[in-house]
Design a protein. Structure first.
Lengths: 369, 369
């Protein structure tokens, strides 16, 4: 049902990553205004004071707009897509963790022992890991998809992290994963990531795409000291300063991003084209979503912010994306942990709209007004 | 398995509500320092950067302390105890909703159509409604427990809401419900409430027990206009000013509280005596928890704050309780909705501690330090 390796695409016209992206972008539609209007109306009839369920009501309206029906079906089969990649910038000393932790954690995901596995089991989600850019060899199976585009990025401190073609290939992997997961019946996709050093390219994307200074968006990632933070900030500032003024979003991604970021860009656009909601994880997903937003503004309407990370740049990303995080518990793990914790809240929002009684049906007196 | 009406208590020595309270208070023990130390140690071994799961790690440590073992069992059988009562202060015009909505919503809970029913089904929780103070007659069954202490409070604007004996009786109902639910195998109790007008006694309790001015703790409840808010604030200030300086917490509860508040006080103390964790809902639970804290400081160690309500006084309550809310989504519904949304997060925290691999067991390299 979920074969390793590339799937044979149904659309024979699609022959290159660039064509796949263009084809997918053309299928991204705005949300349904009709369904959202119906959801707003229905919320007002339910046995509760108007607005008393706060953000859950907004989520239910968005889900109606995504599904194009009211009430929208409650998402019941979540899949976490964990994109894994390595980062040449690690050579600059931006993280105290060795690069082999990335592949070690891929094996931990495969064995089911990582945080995201535990959280996914708790809410009935499956975990799929996509090797889109791990530096060492990874064996593909039903859980870990072997879709490596290149064995880690080049050092973004000294030159482009990857070529534009590689960025497009990694985006195409993400689109393909979204299609495969939707074909397998998953009705909500959660983003995840694994890559030692990947808060550095995230900070570069955040700085480049929101115009926020490097020292504001650069954070401590998995935990670095003041000296390393100063170095990391300098690396981010230097890389962003190198970007050409006429760089388009994919140029920016190729120059200072990561392969897992590119995969998540594809996942977002691919899911949007299929009208499947996406729950974003933390700062890596947030920075990738900024790229997706710059390519396809409509694609972000399909996204919910699973949580707000401790990473300072995530705040800037959420502000630019105009998304309100559902969980805010000082998490800074990645892997999709925050998105997975948010899934029950998203599902609850849809169930409320579907299952609650109305004042009329329950025979409850309404407010005197 | 869950008979309506009072259960026959095992302890024949307990003959009065006051004796039951004293007996229960004597059984409330501090959390286990040993189990919490073990949980902290174990968190440091799991395959993630130290502290990367933020508040979830703190919750897991608290659950270990509550259970007295590490890892603690993950709560698997939640019950929402929705205490329902009416309020004489409604005569002052503090709410636009008519009193009969309370009993109407009790019937809605029984039929399964209210928000808390939907949210409870979504996370596998049962809903038990306790008529501890509804003004009109309520029929008891397996879902709705007929434990009425009085048919609504008196108007707290003009005199005591209830007698001290009635407050003690309602606390005893809460203790008994905690015992019955624990006996039935529920391993986490969630507080809920229903009572038109009950944010007014909540604001009184908040003002009296935190020393915060009435105009800070009084909010719009289910939605009132500026004029009604001014009136409500005046009612709260007047009632609190009437309290004798030597009033003990139960005197305060009797003078300006509600019967559902008293029920929740009992539930908290009863659950703590059984070492069962309690997830508090919003401002009604928060104000009741302040009473529980004043009676038994140790009982609050068994509580988690399910969410932060929009009601302004809830912030003051959480600060005094030293609890951090798990969900913060602009909810202001009550019923236990916020607590129920938080349950999957609490369960996830325990599962993380139990099921995650360690660096050693997964063979993942640890940080260079």
């Amino acid at each position: 049902m979920f074969p390793p390796g590339p799937s044979i695409r149904k659309n024979a016209r699609v022959t290159s990553p660039r064509n796949l992206l263009d084809d997918t972008l053309a299928r991204v539609q705005p949300l349904s205004d009709d369904a959202m209007a119906q959801a707003r109306e229905r919320q007002a009839l339910l046995t509760k004071p108007a607005g008393a369920l706060g953000v859950l009501e907004e989520v239910s309206i968005q889900l109606a707009g995504i599904a194009g029906t009211c009430p929208p079906p409650a998402p019941a089969s979540p899949a976490v897509a964990v994109f894994a990649g390595d980062h040449g910038v690690l050579a600059q000393g931006v993280s105290p963790w060795p690069q082999e932790v990335t592949v070690g954690m891929v094996e931990n995901f495969r064995a089911g022992g990582a945080a995201v596995n535990v959280l996914a089991r708790a809410c009935g989600a499956v975990v799929r890991v996509i090797d889109v850019g791990v530096a060492s060899e990874v064996i593909g199976d039903d859980t870990v998809l072997a879709r490596n585009v290149r064995r880690g990025t080049a050092d973004l401190a000294t030159g482009p992290a990857m070529s534009r073609e590689e960025a497009e290939q990694a985006i195409a992997v993400g689109i393909d994963v979204a299609d495969q997961l939707a074909d397998a019946g998953h009705d909500v996709l959660l983003t995840g990531d694994m890559g030692i050093g990947n808060t550095t390219p995230s900070a570069c994307l955040l700085a480049a795409l929101t115009g926020t200074p490097a020292d504001v968006v650069t954070g401590r990632g998995t935990g670095i000291d003041d000296e390393t933070l100063a170095l990391k900030t300098q690396v981010v500032a230097g890389a962003v300063a190198r970007l050409r003024p006429d760089a388009d979003p994919i140029d920016v991604l190729a120059e200072v991003g990561g392969l897992e970021h590119a995969g998540i860009v594809g996942l977002i656009i691919g899911a949007a084209a299929r009208r499947v909601p996406v729950i974003l994880d933390g700062v890596i997903a947030g920075s990738a979503a900024l790229v997706a937003q710059a390519i396809s503004r409509d694609s972000i309407a399909y996204c919910l912010a699973g949580h707000r990370s401790v990473e300072p740049g995530h705040r800037a990303a959420l502000a630019k994306l105009e998304l309100r995080p559902l969980v805010d518990l000082d998490l800074r793990l990645g892997e999709g942990s925050g998105a997975t914790l948010a899934f029950p809240l998203v599902r609850a929002a849809a169930l409320i709209l579907d299952e609650m009684a109305t004042f009329d049906s329950a025979g409850v007196a309404n407010k005197d007004n």
